[in-house]
Write a protein that binds this ligand. Structure first.
Ligand code: MG
Length: 454
């Protein structure tokens, strides 16, 4: 059993599979969650080798607490969130999202399909560590059901939210790279239904992730970039391991930053809705604010974490939200990052505007950004962070925002330094009016972490 009393990171519990995260751990944690839910819980997972093991372990834990379990299979995280919001009382998703193959994790959602609040997480931890989960008597043990229709229903619902005819007419040439993750069961079928000329890479589900690492960062997408160029495709699309994020490659084979796709879709959503509330995190581009002010929108910024954005969207009745990493949230459909809706919406924009992806991106406000990360053990993060805040307060007279980590706002840009909630690292993002300045700012941020970590 892990010694730490906080099990949850930014979204759920994520650890090395079968080491800290064992079937016994997963089963007890699921029973603790089931103790609070006392209803019907949907379970689904990604393509990792350890996913079936954990699906069985959490099933046992949930049944033991008296919950019924609906197994909806191997499918993207947003498809589980969709199912829970529409049919069930809760859900557990077995996934480590973009992390390497040896990891796995559990994402817990509430009855709206939103990642659990801190309050609920603390209650689960209390049951896990200090109390006992409810253990139902033999005649109150839950039952197991299967529902194999969610994948198809989820795809059909995505199609209902876009102009299918316009996309069909454009007959877009698309290269898709699911990285052997959960997108394999949805994305190729969605794109065919949208009438695309489709070439697939890594679209066979495989927990060894033989084609590429599950994280859709530029260095992992060389094959996709080359394929887009070689095939003269209109766009390349990549998903992370649990297919809640979409990353794009333009028609020249260039990697498009998540901020840019966010901005493109934001513009479209604001136009369609004649304005509205956009929710994002403190780590997102100034471009999001610029577009909002041009299109009758208002931006609300939360701490980093897609579930915080999702919750704020629900509370504020926002129309759209997202993060700088390509995770976009369409709250009318799913209260969480949704890769399939993102794909459909982007193709709709390209089809209707009759412009290429690079042309559309070039019309967006231009800012230069940089991201770096540096290792730092989890048990040093709090101390390092507070020393950085003190140092920055002492040595600069810039505005500080401590919604999450510390964001330092200068006249010509900003930099944010924050500890990751899921990995033993600090992340540093910056944005400025030149690439040089952005690079300088992240290097400075990284140097501060170096200075204070042991
Ligand atoms: Mg993910």
């Amino acid at each position: 059993m892990p010694l730490e009393k906080r099990l949850f990171g930014t979204f759920g519990v994520r650890r090395t599979a079968n080491n800290v995260l064992t079937p016994e751990f997963a089963s007890r944690l699921a029973a603790a969650y089931g103790t609070l839910v006392q209803g019907t819980v949907a379970i689904g997972g990604d393509t990792r080798t350890t996913t079936p093991m954990f699906m069985n372990a959490i099933t046992a834990g949930l049944l033991s607490s008296g919950c019924d379990v609906v197994d909806i299979g191997i499918l993207p995280t947003p498809a589980v969130q969709y199912a829970v919001r529409n049919y069930y009382d809760g859900g557990i998703i077995v996934t480590a999202s973009h992390n390497p193959p040896k990891f796995n994790g559990l994402k817990f959602v509430d009855e709206f399909g939103i990642g659990l609040s801190d309050e609920m997480e603390i209650k689960i931890e209390e049951i896990y560590f200090e109390k006992e989960p409810k253990r139902a008597s033999w005649d109150e043990i839950g039952e197991i059901y299967q529902n194999s229709s969610i994948v198809e229903e989820y795809i059909d619902e995505v199609l209902k939210n876009v102009d299918i005819e316009a996309i069909h007419e454009a007959r877009l040439n698309v290269v898709l790279d699911c990285g052997s993750g959960a997108g394999c069961v949805t994305a190729p079928y969605l794109l065919r239904k949208l009438g695309c000329v489709l070439t697939t890479l890594n679209c066979q589900a495989d927990g060894f992730f033989p084609g590429r690492d599950p994280e859709p960062i530029e260095e992992n997408l060389k094959d996709l970039k080359n394929a887009v160029k070689d095939l003269n495709a209109d766009i390349g699309l990549a998903h992370d391991g649990d297919a809640d994020r979409t990353i794009c490659i333009d028609e020249y084979g260039n990697f498009v930053l998540g901020d840019k796709t966010f901005a493109l879709v934001e513009k479209q959503m604001l136009k369609e809705n004649n304005g509205g509330i956009i929710v994002t995190t403190v780590a997102t581009s100034q471009a999001i604010y610029d577009i909002a002010s041009e299109n009758n929108g208002e931006v609300i910024a939360t701490a980093v974490g897609d579930l915080l954005v999702a919750r704020e969207l629900k509370e504020q009745n926002g129309i759209f939200g997202g993060e700088e990493n390509g995770g976009l949230i369409f709250p009318d459909f799913v209260y969480g990052r949704d890769a399939a809706m993102t794909v459909a919406k982007l193709l709709e924009i390209i089809a209707k505007e009759k412009k290429t992806l690079s042309e559309l991106v070039s019309e967006l406000p231009v800012y230069y950004s940089n991201k770096m990360k540096i290792e730092c053990p989890d048990d040093q993060k709090v101390e390092v962070m507070s020393k950085i805040v003190k140092e920055v307060e002492k040595t600069t007279d810039y505005n500080l925002d401590t919604t999450d980590g510390v964001k330092i706002l200068k006249d010509d840009g900003w930099v944010i330094i924050r500890p990751s909630g899921t990995e033993p690292i600090f992340r540093c993002f910056s944005e400025s009016d030149s690439q040089e300045k952005a690079n300088e700012m992240t290097s400075w941020g990284i140097s501060l972490v170096k200075k204070f970590k042991k």
